[in-house]
Design a protein around this ligand. Structure first.
Ligand code: FES
Ligand code: FES
Length: 157
């Protein structure tokens, strides 16, 4: 199997690793680089559990060829917390917006991209931003509330 070197930035750190021919970014990040935050849900673009940011824009890593991140910036939920958890993570905890937690890394990245582009989204804009992310546990309301808590300054102000 042909291997190809890929250099990119992951959560602010320079990375270099080999990707296998045709390997998707989700598999590359988890098996090749050891970032286990993006989750395998469906492998077909239908659940959003694998969502990562490429140059700040949400992408489904299960449908993205790993080699296409050459020279680009990749952000995952692993990079959200610094010395402490991020305001979004705090809001998710406060609102009990993570139950099994399987959707959470993808939700957090979709919300991160939204808030970076639009720091004060309304409820409809939040719903639109996470519309590609399936949660089987929460009924979505706690997730929407958590994102709005950050947007409206109740957390992380
Ligand atoms: Fe990528 Fe479901 S695993 S969208
Ligand atoms: Fe379980 Fe969302 S918390 S799928």
């Amino acid at each position: 199997m042909a291997m190809k070197p890929v250099t990119f930035t992951l959560n602010g750190l320079a990375k270099a690793a080999f990707t296998e021919d045709g390997q998707n970014l989700l598999d590359f990040l988890r098996r090749g680089v050891g970032d286990m935050a993006p989750k395998y849900g469906c492998g077909q673009g239908g659940c959003g559990a694998c969502t990562v940011l490429l140059d700040g824009v949400p992408h489904l890593s299960c449908l993205t060829l790993a080699e296409t991140v050459e020279g680009r910036r990749v952000d995952t939920a692993s990079g959200l917390a610094g010395a402490t958890i991020s305001p979004l993570q705090e809001a998710f905890m406060d609102r009990f917006a993570a139950q099994c937690g399987y959707c959470t890394p993808g939700m957090l990245m979709a919300a991160t991209a939204l808030l970076a582009k639009n720091p004060r989204p309304n409820r409809d804009e939040v719903i639109e931003a996470i519309s590609g992310n399936i949660c089987r546990c929460t009924g979505y309301e706690p997730i929407i509330a958590a994102i709005l808590d950050v947007a409206e300054g109740r957390v992380g102000a």
